[in-house]
Unconditional design. Structure first.
Length: 404
């Protein structure tokens, strides 16, 4: 008889996890899994492993262990799966757990991620909300979602995101840029007087209808507040950001629903711009994206910040989604980006030189990505090509550094 995982066994205080998993499994008809809370004495006696002809998934609260020494002494039953739930990023504790064979789940992450770790398959979950027109989209029909992040401000995330988006637009791909940053500036790049409400209005309507207990067609709402910008007969769609206080208060559930519905809008590429704080909003965007683009300036502090972020992404199981760009590079700064790549173990896909023309074009409302003939676009094409390979070798073959 082939053994299969059957029981999800919870050790420690994990009542919220239990309720979320029960709801998730019922919603998605995962009846082959039974969730049980067990006591430490049951585990110590190994009754579950001996008496059941199945394998178990053990989900343990990190507080189950008083210290690292107790974690090291903890005995794992062979062939079973172990997931440790942590509420803070204690690097030494997490590394010890991973060496022993634990998978790790950060408690503020999406429940989707925990279910994936349990079942080894991704099943989109509709959590708490009953919106109209939220359909499950087959994987092969979904556009690519790329989330751009840097733990340090001023690295050029927004400028890079727009200019990457323009590379896709020039190739005829329907492209959307979404502003999830705390301070929203994307729309102003194209229109200095822009008063587009964007996410602010979307969030206001969602909260209003949810409080009233009404159903809301969130797809129609998002479409209404996406604005199209046309320059030189090229179209780029933008969902501008929300006001700082509003975006900071938005719930994790709403962020998940927005990203899932955006997948239904038939875009070939969706680029999400984020702010530098590692908040739950950004973590959800990481988890629901296909790829994560990390940005570093050529300075030690940017590099060190990314090294710390990498530890968190590793804990969340997201490092394999990541690629790296070095932005605003100057040889005179003697920054060893290859050392950073080696330390992070994340591939560098482009090194973009410091160039005043890039910022000038953004300042005058016509990002450099609109200019097909400008050689600096080679770098943006390389970056775009790393996620959606649509360019010919000739279009991205220029030397890696072009200084002006």
């Amino acid at each position: 008889m082939n053994k299969q995982y059957k029981y999800v066994l919870l050790l420690g205080e994990l009542e919220i996890i239990r309720l979320s998993l029960n709801s998730y499994f019922n919603e998605n008809n995962l009846m082959e899994y039974t969730i049980k809370k067990i006591e430490k004495s049951e585990y110590d006696n190994k009754l579950l492993a001996k008496e059941q002809e199945c394998l178990n998934v053990f989900v343990l609260n990190a507080l189950f262990f008083k210290n690292i020494s107790e974690l090291k002494r903890f005995e794992l039953i062979p062939d079973n799966k172990y997931i440790l739930v942590v509420d803070q990023m204690n690097s030494e504790f997490i590394k010890t757990a991973q060496i022993k064979g634990f998978d790790v789940f950060y408690i503020k992450s999406s429940i989707d991620t925990l279910v994936y770790k349990i079942t080894n398959s991704y099943i989109p979950y509709r959590e708490n909300f009953k919106y109209k027109n939220i359909e499950q989209v087959p994987l092969e029909e979904r556009g690519k979602i790329i989330t751009i992040y840097s733990p340090k401000g001023g690295t050029g995330k927004t400028t890079l995101g727009i200019n990457m988006a323009m590379q896709y637009v020039q190739k005829g791909l329907k492209t959307l840029v979404v502003d999830f940053s705390q301070y929203s500036f994307i729309a102003s790049v194209f229109d200095k007087t822009s008063k587009t409400a964007g996410l602010s209005s979307v969030l206001t309507e969602i909260e209003k209808e949810h409080e009233n207990g009404k159903e809301l067609n969130i797809k129609a709402l998002l479409v209404e507040h996406i604005k199209r910008y046309e320059i030189d007969k090229m179209n780029l769609d933008i969902l501008s950001g929300a006001q700082p206080l509003k975006i900071d208060k938005v719930s994790a559930d709403i962020i998940r629903q927005i990203i899932r519905v955006l997948r239904q809008l038939e875009y070939d590429v969706i680029i999400i711009d984020t702010s530098s704080e590692l908040c739950i909003r950004n973590i959800i965007a990481f988890e629901l994206s296909d790829s994560i683009l990390l940005i570093s300036n050529p300075d030690v502090f940017s590099g060190l910040a990314l090294i710390q972020v990498k530890e968190i992404l590793n804990t969340l199981g997201l490092v394999n989604k990541c690629k790296l760009i070095i932005n605003n590079y100057e040889e005179a700064l003697e920054f060893s980006y290859l050392d950073l790549e080696s330390e992070l173990q994340i591939p560098i896909i482009a090194v973009i030189p410091n160039n005043n023309e890039i910022q000038y074009c953004s300042n005058v409302g016509k990002p450099i990505g609109f200019n097909k003939k400008n050689k600096i676009n080679t770098h943006f094409r390389k970056a775009a090509h790393a996620f959606v390979p649509i360019f010919s070798e000739n279009e991205i073959k220029n030397k890696p550094f072009i200084f002006f």
